[in-house]
Ligand binder design. Structure first.
Ligand SMILES: [Zn+2]
Length: 595
């Protein structure tokens, strides 16, 4: 590939960056439309009947248009704030987007209420309108969810109070982390590091450095533990109180609804994972031996086995991805090529960019943008493939009505993980030396440990924590104990040193928008592995089925999706076993190569 520009193009979305007049006009007109829509919703006090089919579908279309426009604006601001964390105008625009989001939430709750009040008879007639045929799933889902909620007034009150009584705890959590300093002794000098700098040392090749960083982090988390425990207890307390008011008994109700999956599927997934864990533990045992240890400690799990790593250029990475996408699905390859050439990707390695990576979509422009920092590692190449997977997923949905484009987190990671798998399998296949091969396998298996054991520990911890929180506030000492118990169980007691303050260090426990932000990762990983296994069996003709599956992710439940496109029952073990069997082959090869 010719030399690529590593800065993304936002000008084709709105001209002028954070000072864009076009964007200001767009926001002004959106603000006005949302406020007009809100009044319209407030005036609609008598339920819709069969005779008002036209008016009803007009209302649905307005709702759809406004959420779509909001998404477009939101994505733009997300890009502006990520590309330059010091851009003051971008953060002002971000504040505006947040208050606009709150307005739209209020509309949401009024809209749901309108759906709920329609009689069953009128409802089924109204849905027959050809205009609404393609968004039936979304409308039904909204109506069902709103039936589980309190009255619109009460729900609006809850979300109003949530700003300061719930979400504020998450903000406070981030402020606290920003203030933390980690003091570390290195080469005889003492250094002061930020949390993320110290975290980076946890996979240093030198065990002495890893161990010291781990101890320093543990002691820093412990120092602030009472504050983190307060935040965690209040977030959970708020959630439990809201669930109680709505009559939701099972703490998993909300996350399962959100992920459009049944509890049976979740239980089957964990049960099958547990059966395969002993095998994964043999990988960890061997890794310990290779590092000259009896058992791994928490800070050894991601330790590199060797120090060498060759650098890649951005163009090398792009070529590699396109070449291997091509052999699986030519449409994916040409999509990736266009995204790279049309500057949909911000990859430049420069200061003042936000860390991490994401893919965001502009539903009106029907384009996506990928954000990352490319510094030439193989892991950067994986990230690029991952994010291109997300963008490809969206490209298949662009032509659908916006209300059918909304997919849940558990399936959101399907296309991304799948793309990553294509690239990592290809890289493994072309690995030249035995050492390279061992390193690839170790990388992949460490990811499995994270997804099958670490995430499981988080799930076990949260489940137990919520059970105890219902009885009252849970102390720091008890939180540490719950965490160690969860880790021992999830890692089959295979580690030497555990991480008691992990509950304080993982921001996922403090995210208020998505409860139980853990199992969707594991689900997405195994779901896409299972799809990959089918793709390998079927060869090139699977590509069309793959596209069709992705296209349906926003308009059916997870179980329906698997049944329709993969012909499998997610509540039964077979599918999960096929994915886990495939993963465990890497353990065999790793053990053989390191004999
Ligand atoms: Zn992702």
């Amino acid at each position: 590939m010719e030399k690529l520009n590593q800065q993304w193009d936002l000008e084709s979305i709105f001209q002028g960056g954070s000072m864009s007049d076009a964007f200001q006009d767009f926001l002004n007109s959106l603000t006005e439309s949302i406020s007009r829509f809100r009044s319209e919703l407030e005036l609609k006090t008598i339920p819709f009947t069969v005779n008002e089919a036209q008016a009803f579908s007009r209302l649905v279309r307005t709702y759809e248009t406004l959420t779509k426009q909001f998404h477009e604006a939101h994505a733009y601001v997300e890009c502006l704030t990520a590309q330059n964390i010091k851009d003051v105008n971008a953060s002002l625009a971000n504040n505006r987007i947040q208050s606009l989001g709150a307005e739209l939430n209020a509309c949401d709750s009024l809209f749901e209420n309108i759906l709920r009040q329609i009689s069953d008879l009128s409802w089924s007639e109204l849905l027959k309108n050809s205009d609404l045929k393609e968004v039936q799933f979304a409308l039904r889902e909204k109506r069902e969810l709103s039936k589980k909620k309190l009255s619109s007034d009460q729900e609006q009150l809850i979300s109003g109070l949530a700003v300061d009584g719930y979400h504020a705890w998450e903000d406070l959590y981030y402020s606290l982390i920003g203030k933390m300093h980690i003091d570390l002794e290195k080469d005889g000098k003492s250094e002061t590091l930020s949390v993320s700098q110290a975290n980076n040392l946890l996979d240093d090749a030198d065990r002495n450095i890893r161990g010291k960083a781990f101890e320093a982090l543990e002691s820093a988390w412990s120092e602030y533990a009472d504050l983190f425990a307060a935040a965690l207890n209040h977030i959970a307390g708020y959630r439990i109180a809201a669930y109680k008011a709505r009559g939701w008994e099972n703490i998993l109700d909300e996350p399962l609804d959100y992920n459009r999956m049944s509890e049976q599927t979740l239980t089957t997934m964990w049960t099958e994972i547990n059966k395969y864990k002993p095998k994964l533990a043999t990988f960890m045992e061997r890794k310990a031996q290779l590092l000259g240890l009896k058992k791994l400690s928490w800070y050894d799990v991601d330790a590199p086995l060797s120090k060498n790593s060759s650098k890649l250029t951005y163009e090398d990475a792009a070529d590699f991805i396109i070449e291997h996408f091509q052999s699986f699905n030519p449409k994916m390859a040409s999509f990736a090529k266009e995204a790279l050439e049309n500057r949909w990707i911000e990859a430049e390695n420069r200061a003042d960019k936000r860390p991490g990576g994401f893919c965001t979509n502009f539903p009106i422009a029907e384009q996506s943008r990928i954000f990352m920092t490319f510094s030439g590692t193989a892991s950067n190449r994986s990230t690029l493939a991952h994010e291109l997977g997300h963008a490809y997923h969206q490209s298949l949905m662009n032509k659908l009505p916006y209300l059918s484009q909304n997919y849940a987190m558990n399936v959101a990671e399907t296309a991304s993980t799948f793309s990553e798998m294509i690239v990592s399998d290809a890289a493994q296949a072309v690995a030249k030396t035995k050492e390279e091969r061992i390193n690839f396998l170790a990388d992949k298996l460490e990811r499995c440990v994270a997804l099958l054991m670490n995430i499981h520990a988080r799930f076990l911890f949260e489940t137990q924590f919520y059970a105890e929180r219902k009885q009252g506030v849970v102390s720091v000492k008890r939180l540490n104990q719950l965490m160690i118990d969860a880790q021992r169980e999830a890692y089959l007691d295979s580690l030497d040193v555990y991480h008691p303050t992990f509950w304080a260090s993982k921001l996922h426990f403090f995210i208020t928008d998505w409860p139980f932000y853990n199992f969707p990762y594991t689900f997405g990983f195994l779901f896409s592995t299972g799809i990959y296994v089918q793709a390998l069996q079927e060869g090139p003709k699977f590509a069309d089925r793959y596209d069709a599956l992705l296209r349906d992710t926003g308009r059916m439940t997870t179980e329906e999706l698997a049944e329709k496109h993969l012909n499998v029952d997610l509540t039964k073990p077979a599918f999960w076993q096929s994915a886990l069997d495939y993963i465990m082959r890497d353990v065999d090869e790793f053990l053989e190569l390191t004999e």
